[in-house]
Design a binder for this molecule. Structure first.
Ligand SMILES: [Zn+2]
Ligand SMILES: [Zn+2]
Length: 258
C-alpha cells in the first residue's frame, strides 16, 4: 500500500503526505507549523508520527514551517546541503537536519527515496521518487523545463505529482510585472500546463503511469479546469488526473500499479 494526501499546493505553500502501512513522510513544509498540524489532523494524522520531511528547495513556499516542525515535533528534515546553506536564515540550529546527495537512495522506514535535480532558480531544487514495495510515486514541482534525468527517473512512477503552474497566455496577459513573467516563463522558472501535459504524455506512452496530480498551480495565471483540460486533451482518458488545491487538502489517493 502506498498513498498520498496533498495538504496544499501553490505559491502560497506546498506540503504533501506520503504514507504506507508503517511509514509516513512529508514532502515540503511550506505552510506554518500550526497550519501543517491542523491540515494533518483534519486527515487524522499527527506530525509526531512523521518519519521525516523531505525538502525540495529553500523557497519559502516549501520551507516555511520546516524549522518549527522539526523543533516542536522532532521531525527529521532531509535536504541537499545547498538547500541548508541557501535557507540558513530560516533555521535556528536546533533542528534535526540530515543531508542527502543527488542520486543517493535514502531508506526512510520501509520506503526508499531517490532524488534528481530540477531546473529552477534555486541553489539545489530536487524531485523525488518514493518506492514502497512494488509501488512508485514521483514528485516533480518547481521546474522551468524537464530534463532527461527527470524523465529517466519518473518513467518508473505509477503515480506522479507534477507541476502545472500556468497557462502561458494567462501569464503573459496577466497582472505580473514583466520581470516576473519572464522569470516564471524561463527554463529555471515554473512549468506551463502544455509542457506538463507533454511530459505526462511521454510517460503515458511507456504504459506504466496510472495517475497524476497536477500541482503548484498559480492562482493568478492558471485555472484548475483549464490545467485539467490541457492535460486531458493531450493524454486522453487513459489516466486518472487530480488537481491539487492551495487552500484545501486532497482526498486520500491510493497509488496503484497497472
Ligand atoms: Zn514553489
Ligand atoms: Zn521554488
Amino acid at each position: 500500500m502506498l498513498e498520498l494526501m496533498m495538504l496544499g499546493s501553490g505559491s502560497g505553500g506546498n506540503a504533501c503526505i506520503v504514507k504506507n502501512e508503517d511509514t509516513m513522510i512529508l514532502i515540503d513544509a511550506g505552510f506554518s507549523g500550526a497550519e501543517i498540524k491542523k491540515r494533518m489532523q483534519s486527515l487524522g494524522l499527527e506530525p509526531e508520527d512523521l518519519e521525516a520531511c523531505l525538502i525540495t528547495h529553500e523557497h519559502g513556499d516549501h520551507i516555511k514551517g520546516a524549522s518549527i516542525l522539526s523543533r516542536r515535533h522532532r521531525v527529521k528534515l532531509l535536504m541537499h546541503p545547498a538547500t541548508k546553506q541557501a535557507g540558513r536564515k530560516k533555521f535556528t540550529g536546533s533542528e534535526r537536519i540530515r543531508h542527502f546527495e543527488m542520486g543517493e537512495v535514502m531508506e526512510l522506514g520501509s520506503m526508499k527515496v531517490s532524488s534528481v535535480p530540477t531546473l529552477h532558480d534555486s541553489d539545489s531544487s530536487t524531485g523525488f521518487l518514493i518506492e514502497s514495495g512494488d509501488k512508485q510515486l514521483g514528485y516533480l514541482t518547481d521546474l522551468g523545463a524537464v530534463t532527461e534525468d527527470n524523465f529517466l527517473m519518473m518513467r518508473h512512477a505509477d503515480f506522479l505529482v507534477m507541476e502545472a503552474n500556468h497557462d502561458r497566455d494567462m501569464l503573459w496577459d496577466g497582472p505580473y510585472p514583466p520581470h516576473l513573467k519572464a522569470r516564471v516563463d524561463s527554463r529555471v522558472g515554473h512549468l506551463s500546463n502544455l509542457d506538463s501535459a507533454e511530459f505526462i504524455a511521454m510517460l503515458v506512452e511507456l504504459g506504466k503511469l496510472r495517475g497524476v496530480m497536477l500541482a503548484h498551480l498559480s492562482e493568478k495565471n492558471n485555472d484548475p479546469a483549464l490545467a485539467l483540460a490541457t492535460v486531458r486533451r493531450r493524454v486522453g482518458n487513459s489516466l486518472e488526473i487530480y488537481v491539487a488545491e492551495q487552500h484545501r487538502t486532497s482526498k486520500r489517493i491510493k497509488v496503484e500499479t497497472k
